[in-house]
Design a protein around this ligand. Structure first.
Ligand SMILES: Cc1cc2nc3c(=O)[nH]c(=O)nc-3n(C[C@H](O)[C@H](O)[C@H](O)COP(=O)(O)OP(=O)(O)OC[C@H]3O[C@@H](n4cnc5c(N)ncnc54)[C@H](O)[C@@H]3O)c2cc1C
Length: 460
């Protein structure tokens, strides 16, 4: 490839204690938590709104926040605060009200009880409000470009927006880009997808459909209940029967969740293989292919699926959803075995019971592993500390984990919990005058508990 040298002086457009790059579920909570901890905070995002995948990719519902026996909520803290605000506005339903085999749990028999249906507009509104109210400064339409390193620390972050290129200086940087863009540019080692073969989970363009006859649909699902399990799930029988009409959409089920409004469903059906979400050409191809599949799927459902006769397509997501890209190497790598063993390390900053869900390329049904050895597993603070860059932290789907563990911890509420922990730790380490890596995890866990985070105390 031809190369051209590009070198110039850049203005420093902002100086702050904590810079949060990315305002998805992780970044929102990192920003709020750090600001509440007394730090001066700037949160930037390339999009024109906050929310990340839960707004621009139309992803939802909130995957389960309950323990593996479905008895109580284990992801609390800021997630719960956001949920309560949304419920008060009528924009979310309490997960306690969502049983298995329900339209709002996607009719699944396992793993999806107590999900949280929500309205995107309300999510965006509440997250923006809480972020602004926390005192954090929000800078949208701004892309992270490069990390400037000095003595093993990030001395500045190059950004680009309508104002041109500039630099932000921060004492601590929290990478919440989902893809780990900051960590990768800062030279932290990472794995792209699965170690064995680099395979990444398929991409999906979500769509929303309304005017579905839920009563008839639900009755039809009950008739086929034995066939519904993750993931040869809803309408897998129809897809088999009408294989020629379903054609080249490489998915064996119609994953569909009723939202807050009756008869309105969010469809997670399109499936685009071999997409590297860190490559703009691949993302573009995925968007084009996702749109083609979405319209094909909708036409199929309208023609053949019980309950969809009068359905209307509201929209497809503005951008294709990427489940997996980089797994950034941190002080500890969470493994699928840790998840299966329900380990709760001493420095855990969150506990959760989300299931591992591989979405394998070779298997249009995917493989789904539920937790059987305990109520939940813990995610250590060390997974938020990238190797080799002292003032960098990370939160979100790219934290230090292998591909199996990442398939469980990538869910929206989990990423919120990591963001809350990283933001709290960033502010606390500045207060203590130490680097994030030198922060006493007992102190951090005490602070998180005082903020309403559940760390697995009591019942196990
Ligand atoms: C198809 C699909 C289905 C899913 N289903 C569910 C589900 O049903 N329930 C559930 O709970 N979870 C689900 N998830 C998982 C969940 O949505 C994501 O894993 C989660 O949103 C990740 O949060 P995050 O904050 O790490 O990253 P993101 O949500 O991706 O947010 C990252 C933010 O960083 C910004 N950003 C990235 N790079 C840059 C840059 N260089 N400069 C500036 N800004 C940048 C982005 O604009 C974005 O706003 C699904 C995901 C996908 C893709």
């Amino acid at each position: 490839m031809e190369k051209i040298r590009f070198s110039r002086e850049l203005p420093v457009s902002a100086v702050t204690d904590v810079l949060v790059v990315g305002a998805g579920p992780a970044g929102i909570c990192a920003g709020i938590a750090a600001a509440r901890g007394g730090a001066q905070v700037l949160v930037l995002d390339g999009n024109g709104c906050v929310g990340g995948a839960a707004t621009v990719n139309l992803v939802g519902p909130f995957m389960t926040t309950y323990d593996a026996r479905n008895e109580y909520m284990v992801i609390r803290g800021l997630f719960q605060e956001i949920l309560e605000e949304m419920k008060a506005l009528g924009g979310a339903i309490d997960p306690a009200e969502i049983p298995a085999e329900h339209p709002r749990s996607g009719f699944y028999r396992i793993g999806h009880a107590h999900v949280g249906p929500f309205d995107h507009e309300c999510y965006k509104r509440v997250c923006t409000k809480l972020l602004v109210r926390s005192g954090a400064r929000l800078l949208l339409y701004t892309q992270f470009v490069e990390a400037l390193l000095e003595d093993g620390r990030i001395a500045g972050v190059v950004i680009h927006n309508k104002n041109g290129l500039s630099v932000i200086r921060a004492r601590v940087v929290v990478d919440c880009t989902g893809d780990g863009d900051v960590a990768a540019r800062a030279g932290v080692p990472f794995e792209l997808g699965r170690v064995e073969d680099g395979n990444m989970q398929p991409a999906t363009l979500f769509m929303r459909v309304n005017n579905v006859d839920t009563r008839r649909l639900w009755a039809h699902m009950r008739e086929h209940r034995e066939e519904i399990r993750p993931f040869y799930g809803p309408f897998s029988w129809l897809i088999r029967e009408k294989a020629a009409k379903w054609g080249d959409v490489p998915r064996a089920e119609v994953c569909l969740f009723e939202g807050v409004t009756e008869g309105e469903y969010r469809l997670n059906v399109t499936r685009i293989l071999d997409v590297d979400g860190t490559d703009a050409e691949d993302l573009t191809r995925a968007q084009v292919e996702g749109l083609r599949q979405a319209h094909k799927v909708f036409a199929f459902l309208k023609r053949y699926a019980v309950g969809f006769e009068e359905a209307r397509l509201i929209d497809t997501a503005p951008a294709v959803g990427i489940r997996e890209t980089r797994h950034i190497r941190g002080w500890y790598k969470l493994t699928g075995q840790d998840v299966q063993d329900c380990l709760v390390p001493e420095d855990s900053i969150a506990v959760m019971a989300t299931n591992m869900d591989t979405h394998n390329k070779s298997d249009p049904g995917g493989t789904y592993y539920t937790l059987t050895k305990g109520r939940f597993f813990g995610v250590p603070y060390r997974c938020l500390l990238p190797m080799g860059v002292d003032n960098l932290m990370m939160a979100g789907r790219m934290i230090s984990a292998d591909a199996m563990a990442a398939s469980a911890i990538r869910m929206i509420p989990c990423c919120m919990a990591f963001g809350e922990a990283a933001g709290t730790a960033a502010a606390l380490s500045l207060k203590q005058g130490v680097l994030p890596g030198d922060l006493d995890s007992k102190l951090l866990r005490g602070e998180l508990r005082s903020r309403g985070v559940y760390l697995g105390e009591g019942e196990k």
